[in-house]
Write a protein that binds this ligand. Structure first.
Ligand code: PGA
Length: 251
């Protein structure tokens, strides 16, 4: 069975003091929950402050991105070795905000996924269609292309390490959530394509998170869908109470 995985994407929020306070508030609320995998993704500047607070807890540390190159002249990038050094277990890759505002492509996503796997970091690979693409009837085409191209360098033997986050762009930060049926339909298509790429048994073991305006009131029904194995949470992960309610929805 797939262990549900709830990750909080803090995006460009929180100073070090705020990040530490949020983690300190969260830790006692989630202590003892062992049937859900939990992670938070602070900004790069907060990773070092948060990392020791998470040591020995049931909350893993994630980065919000990862460089594809190991080191060198890549201004503004942070390498896998640097992320490991500070205690990161996961890295979010190809978030729609990276694709929309910073020119991230399926090809660069594929290279970043490779860098993560080569360094023992679990990639959380984000895919999702825009509103225009959905209205044009291109949801499956767009999402499955991003999936296949983003995972182009992944071998079957390591595919179960990868986490997919299906995040319809029109649902991110907008308060509009995909209905559980809309989300499940895409999740099922993603799993079917994973089965074509890696085989059915491996596809059954890969976690597929849903993301996009997940909150304490809609989490449980979304997480109750057959192929929804967790959530990537933005806004609602910035408040410990709301985030823990979402986690409880996966228990
Ligand atoms: P949101 O963000 O929960 O604020 O919509 C989700 C995400 O972008 O990962």
């Amino acid at each position: 069975m797939r262990k549900p995985f709830i990750a909080g994407n803090w995006k460009m929020n929180n100073t070090r003091a705020e990040a530490k306070a949020l983690v300190e508030a969260l830790k006692p609320l989630v202590a003892g929950i062992d049937n859900v995998e939990i992670a938070v993704a602070p900004a790069f500047t907060c990773l070092e402050a948060v990392s020791p607070l998470l040591a020995g807890s049931n909350i893993g540390l994630s980065a919000q991105n990862i460089a594809y190159a190991p080191s060198g002249a890549y201004t503004g990038e942070v390498s896998a070795a640097m992320l490991k050094d500070v205690g990161c277990v996961y890295a979010i890759i190809g978030h729609s905000e990276r694709r929309q505002f910073f020119g991230e492509t399926d090809a660069s996503v594929a290279k970043r996924v490779r860098a993560a796997l080569d360094n023992g970091i679990i990639p959380i690979v984000c895919i999702g269609e825009t509103l225009q693409e959905r209205e044009d009837g291109r949801t499956f085409d767009v999402v499955l292309t991003q999936l296949v191209e983003g995972l182009a360098a992944v071998e079957s033997s390591e595919a179960t390490l990868v986490v997919i986050a299906y995040e319809p762009v029109w649902a991110i930060g907008t308060g509009k959530t995909a209905t559980p049926e809309q989300a499940q339909e895409v999740h099922a298509a993603i799993r079917a394509r994973l089965a074509e790429c890696f085989g059915g048994e491996i596809a059954e073991a890969i976690r597929i998170q849903y993301g996009g305006s997940v909150n304490a009131s809609n989490a449980k029904t979304l997480l109750g869908q057959k192929d929804i194995d967790g959530a990537l949470v933005g806004g609602a992960s910035l408040k410990a109470d709301a985030f823990v309610e979402i986690i409880r929805g996966a228990c």
